[in-house]
Ligand binder design. Structure first.
Ligand code: ATP
Ligand code: MG
Length: 209
């Protein structure tokens, strides 16, 4: 399975989610081995890996030929998590990754302010489906939810659902543990990201609607 982290805009939590999700897959004894791919030229995943090496393979493939290069790097039977750059500046790279994607996860900051950005992402994914000529399951992962204001989180969730997105039940709270994770070793077991992985695994990807 290839999981692509996509958002139209920067700063939504793509890199953070990519690092934690890949780690969650790695830590599950019954899951396939995982490869983490950085397709963002800003190299945030690669820098994280240099500061605190992930215990699995990590590659930089920040080129519009990702759909050719990633299969050359990833052995058969591996799961792949791809940290994509923001679509608004790197549409060609993201489209290339989506050629391989089984599921798109859209990390979204839990704020009304983010809704127009989410609509842009929604529109882009519609275009991508048309270009690819196939369905492309996509889910929003609510990130940086307010740990003290569930009502506000629910309001944002309701608005997201109105845009037509499937929104994962797990809400990732804004937490210093997640904020400070970049550049440090992490353990994903039992975290919110581990729950996000469970939800992705439970999606009936490829099943008829
Ligand atoms: N759940 C969280 N709680 C607190 N801080 C978070 C959380 N998720 C992400 N952050 C912080 O939000 C900022 C943006 O996150 P991140 O770098 O993962 O986003 P991105 O979409 O990859 O950004 P870019 O488009 O710049 O690559 C970072 O400072 C990160 O530490
Ligand atoms: Mg990033």
């Amino acid at each position: 399975m290839l999981i692509a982290l996509v958002n139209y805009k920067p700063g939504s939590g793509k890199t953070t989610t990519a690092g934690w999700l890949a780690s969650a897959i790695h830590e599950r004894p019954d899951d396939p081995p995982v490869v983490l791919v950085d397709s963002d030229r800003s190299r945030a995943v690669m820098d994280w890996h240099e500061m605190a090496p992930f215990p699995f393979a990590v590659h930089l493939v920040a080129r519009p030929q990702a759909h050719i290069l990633i299969p050359e790097l990833v052995p058969p039977g591996h799961d792949v998590v791809v940290d994509c750059p923001q679509v608004e500046d790197h549409r060609d790279i993201v489209m290339s990754v989506l050629e391989l994607a089984d599921v798109v996860v859209v990390p979204t900051s839990t704020s009304s302010f983010e809704l127009p950005r989410t609509l842009d992402t929604f529109g882009f994914l519609e275009e991508a489906r048309e270009e690819l000529g196939r369905p492309l399951p996509a889910v929003v992962s609510m990130n940086r939810a307010d740990p003290y204001d569930p009502r506000y989180n629910q309001e944002v969730r309701d608005e997201l659902v109105k845009t037509g997105f499937t929104v994962l039940a797990t809400e990732i709270p804004a937490h210093r543990k997640y904020h400070k994770a970049w550049g440090r070793p992490i353990r994903a077991r039992m975290t919110h990201y581990d729950r996000v992985l469970t939800e992705i695994r439970n999606m009936k990807i490829g099943a008829p609607a």
